[in-house]
Write a protein that binds this ligand. Structure first.
Ligand code: NAP
Length: 264
């Protein structure tokens, strides 16, 4: 039985993940980590059924002391996730991280820490299998069509931009694409941000609108041709098979894996 704790249980992704773990054979949801005093157990929150007697902690050490989870899922905010991940690794709890917004330095530090402690950790900017395939196909296409622009589209409550998936896609493309500046060599923005953010000369554009969930297009341009690779997450259920896969996988590894494409 894998004992799971979750940070961010009240959030849109968190609610879905709570139900998923509660229903999953071979897993037990032992604790929730919050930063507000919202109740004693998840059952105190109106969003969950009355039989969800999962204790809520605001103190990480107490959570560990009383519930000793094997895995911590984090679906919180870019402000909280780094500290949660670090604390989990230091306590020999394996993090499964869906929250995006890590800096390169933070990722490197966590990678080293996980390796030193031999604690498995999965950081997945996107848990949806279709999104993983979109990134893999984009990397393949970039070998032949190196002019690429990424348009990522999310709901307007998202805190970080560009999205973790957008950045990860650019990083994967950069593995096979020689760095080059795209567009006209002397192009000039007459409004700041018009050309999007710049990753090794590739442009990433971030759209934020109510009604969207998580969507991305990778556009490739060549002589007389265009290729578009697109993925849409239409609801948060699309991420849950990746969450389950990550929980089951993280207990068997001893290092940090960044991106499910490395293990699927
Ligand atoms: P959300 O609805 O805003 O949920 C975040 C929850 O975390 C909120 O309930 C928030 O509480 C809580 N929270 C904030 N700081 C916390 C802390 N220090 N400790 C415990 N809980 C804390 O956001 P969401 O849409 O569920 O997304 C959550 C994260 O997952 C985001 O980073 C998003 O980009 C990411 N995401 C990842 C994937 C993936 O496949 N990897 C897919 C979708 C989303 P308050 O509202 O009270 O502050």
């Amino acid at each position: 039985m894998i004992k799971v704790a979750i940070a961010g249980a009240r959030g849109k992704m968190g609610i879905e993940a709570v139900h998923t773990v509660m229903k999953r054979q071979g897993m037990e949801l032992v604790a929730a980590l919050d930063y507000k005093q919202v109740g004693t157990t998840l059952a105190d929150l109106e969003i969950f059924p009355v039989n969800y007697n999962v204790p809520i902690f605001t103190d990480f050490s107490e959570l560990v002391k009383y519930t000793a989870p094997d895995v911590l899922i984090d679906l919180t905010s870019p402000h909280a996730v780094y500290e949660h991940t670090k604390q989990a690794i230091l306590h020999n709890i394996r993090p499964v991280i869906g929250t995006t917004g890590f800096s390169d330095e933070q990722l490197e530090e966590l990678k080293q820490l996980a390796e030193e402690k031999k604690v498995g950790c999965i950081i997945a900017p996107n848990f949806a299998i279709g999104a993983i395939l979109m990134m893999k196909f984009a990397r393949e296409a970039a070998k032949y069509l190196p002019d690429v622009e990424i348009i990522e589209m999310h709901h307007d409550n998202k805190l970080d931009a560009p999205s973790g998936t957008g950045v990860k896609t650019a990083q994967m493309i950069a593995e096979v694409r020689t760095e080059k500046k795209q567009g006209h060599p002397t192009e000039k923005e007459t409004m700041p941000g018009a050309r999007g953010s710049d990753f090794e000369g590739m442009r990433i554009h971030s759209v934020r609108l109510p009604g969207l969930v998580a969507h991305q297009q990778v556009l490739f341009g060549g002589e007389g041709q265009l290729l578009t690779i697109r993925h849409d997450s239409l609801n948060r259920q699309s991420f849950m098979s990746g969450v389950v896969f990550s929980i089951e996988t993280v207990v068997g590894i001893e290092k940090l894996v960044y991106g499910l494409e490395n293990i699927i």
